[in-house]
Write a protein that binds this ligand. Structure first.
Ligand code: AMP
Ligand code: GLY
Length: 422
C-alpha cells in the first residue's frame, strides 16, 4: 500500500523510517518532509495544511493511508476534509477529526473532559473578561506558583508560571486582553502540580488502544533545565522511575477512562493520544493532552517499537486494534537534539550540514532540507535528533554524544545533560 505522511520534523522522519521497514508498504510519500525523509521515501512539495494538494496527491499517487504528524492540520480539520470528499473518503486518516482535536486545541475543553470522566488532573477555573473578580478569587485561593494557560494554541508559549499573586493577576488581565491573541481570550487557571513530568502515548481506534513506550523530554534550552522553553531538546525512553505499579495506575485511571470517555461522549477518534503527566510516587495527573505524538519523544518511542507500525495503523483504521499486540525493544533509547544557534529565539536557516559516519546512532532530520545544489542545509530551529540504543540511558547517551562529534553546522548547539535528573 502507498502511504502519505504529513509533516516535516524529526517526528515525521521517525515515522517514515519505521514505515519504510514495513512489508505492507509499497511507496512512501511525505509532505513536505525534510532531507532525512527523502532518504526513506519521496517528498512532496506542499504544506501539511494544503488540503487541495493533499487531495490531488491521494488521487494521483493512489494513497491508501494518511498519517498526520503535527497538530496543525488536525486542528484545521484535515481528517474531516478527507472523509467529507466523495473521491477520497475511503482513505483512512491516522489522526483525529477537528472536534476531537479540541482536546489539544482548547485547554478548557480538555479540563471539562477530564472532570466529566474523573481523570486525575489539577483543579482549575476558566477566566474570561466577564468573571475577572471570581478569577482573582480562585487565584488567591491557590498556593504559589500560579499557573495561567491560554485556552487556545499559542505555539507552545501560552503557559505562564508566576510566583507572585499580584503579578499573576496583572498577567491574567493582560492575557484576557489579547497577550496571546485569540488564544488567550479565555485563560485556564490551574492548581500547581508538583512531581516529575513524563509522557505516555497510545494509538487508539476509538474503542481499543495499544500503549506505546513512555518517555521524558527536556524542554528548556539550557542545561539543568534552565532558560527558555523549546519544542524539546532531547528525550529518554523508558523512564527509569516508571515502574509496573505506576504504569498500571496510568492505564487504569488515565488511559482507559480517556478512551472510554471519548467513546461515551460520541467522539470518534482514530490516532495517537499523547498524555503529558505529572508523576508523584506511583500516581500521576494529566497536565495536558495532545492529539499527536510528541517531538522529540517520537524519536525514542518509535525506535523502541518492534512491531510493524503500518500494521498497527491499518488495524486502528479498521477498528481492530484489539487483535493487535505491540512488541517493544527493552533497551533504552535516547535522543539529543542539535539546534540552530539562537534558537528558540532568532536564528538563520540555510547553514550547510556535514554528517560523517554515525554507525552507532540513527540520525533523524528535523529542520533540514536539500538545497538547490544538493547540499543538506538547516531549515528550522531544531535541526537533527541523534538517537541511540543502550542497555541503560548512560550507554545510549554516550553513543549519541559520540555520534554528534561527526555532525557539524555553523552555530550548532545541543544540551550535554539530557537525562541528568533520572
Ligand atoms: P502545557 O502546555 O499544558 O503542557 O504546559 C506547559 C508546561 O507547563 C508543562 O510541561 C509543565 O512543565 C508546566 N505546567 C503546566 N501545567 C502545570 C500545572 N498545573 N502545575 C505545574 N506545572 C504545570
Ligand atoms: N515535546 C513536546 C511536544 O511534542 O509537545
Amino acid at each position: 500500500m502507498n502511504v502519505l505522511v504529513l509533516g516535516s520534523g524529526g517526528r515525521e522522519h521517525a515515522f517514515a523510517w519505521k514505515l519504510a521497514q514495513s512489508p505492507l508498504l509499497t511507496k512512501l510519500y511525505i509532505a513536505p518532509g525534510n532531507a532525512g525523509t527523502a532518504q526513506v521515501g519521496i517528498n512532496l512539495p506542499f504544506a501539511a495544511t494544503d488540503f487541495a494538494a493533499i487531495k490531488q496527491a491521494i488521487l494521483d499517487l493512489h494513497i491508501s493511508l494518511v498519517l498526520v504528524g503535527p497538530e496543525d492540520p488536525l486542528v484545521k480539520g484535515v481528517h474531516d476534509f478527507i472523509v467529507g470528499d466523495e473521491e477520497i473518503k475511503h482513505v483512512p486518516v491516522i489522526g483525529p477529526k477537528q472536534y476531537a482535536a479540541t482536546l489539544e486545541g482548547s485547554k478548557e475543553f480538555a479540563k471539562e473532559f477530564m472532570i466529566r470522566h474523573a481523570i486525575p488532573t489539577a483543579a482549575y477555573f476558566t477566566a474570561t473578561p466577564d468573571n475577572i473578580q471570581e478569577s482573582f478569587y480562585f487565584l488567591s485561593q491557590q498556593k504559589p506558583p500560579f499557573v495561567l494557560k491560554a485556552d487556545g494554541l499559542a505555539a507552545g508559549k501560552g503557559v505562564l508560571i508566576i510566583d507572585d499573586l499580584e503579578l499573576a493577576k496583572r498577567e491574567l488581565e493582560s492575557m484576557l486582553n489579547g497577550k496571546f491573541g485569540a488564544a488567550s481570550k479565555k485563560v485556564v487557571i490551574e492548581e500547581c502540580l508538583h512531581g516529575i513530568e513524563m509522557s505516555i502515548f497510545v494509538l487508539t481506534d476509538g474503542s481499543h488502544y495499544v500503549t506505546l513506550p513512555e518517555a521524558k523530554d527536556y524542554k528548556r534550552i539550557g542545561e539543568g533545565d534552565a532558560g527558555l522553553n523549546t519544542g524539546g531538546m532531547g528525550a529518554v525512553s523508558p523512564v527509569p522511575f516508571c515502574n509496573t505499579e505506576l504504569l498500571q495506575y496510568i492505564d487504569t485511571h488515565i488511559i482507559k477512562p480517556t478512551v472510554d470517555g471519548l467513546h461515551a461522549d460520541g467522539i470518534e477518534y482514530c490516532g495517537f493520544i499523547f498524555f503529558g503527566l505529572m508523576v508523584s510516587g506511583n500516581t500521576a495527573k494529566v497536565i495536558e493532552y495532545n492529539v499527536r505524538m510528541g517531538d522529540p519523544e517520537t524519536e525514542v518511542v518509535i525506535p523502541r517499537i518492534q512491531s510493524d507500525l503500518l500494521a498497527l495503523c491499518v488495524a486502528a483504521a479498521n477498528k481492530t486494534l484489539h487483535n493487535q499486540t505491540i512488541q517493544l525493544d527493552s533497551r533504552t533509547a535516547t535522543t539529543v537534539m542539535l539546534v540552530s544557534g539562537g534558537y528558540p529565539g532568532e536564528y538563520v536557516n540555510g547553514k550547510p550540514i556535514t554528517i560523517g559516519n554515525t554507525p552507532d546512532s540513527i540520525v533523524f532530520h528535523a529542520g533540514t532540507k536539500t538545497s538547490e545544489n544538493h547540499a543538506v542545509v538547516t531549515n528550522g530551529g531544531r535541526v537533527i535528533a541523534v538517537t541511540s540504543y543502550g542497555n541503560n540511558k548512560n550507554d545510549a547517551l554516550a553513543l549519541s554524544y559520540n555520534s554528534i562529534k561527526n555532525i557539524t553546522f555553523d552555530g550548532m548547539y545541543y544540551r550535554k545533560d539530557i537525562g541528568f535528573d533520572l
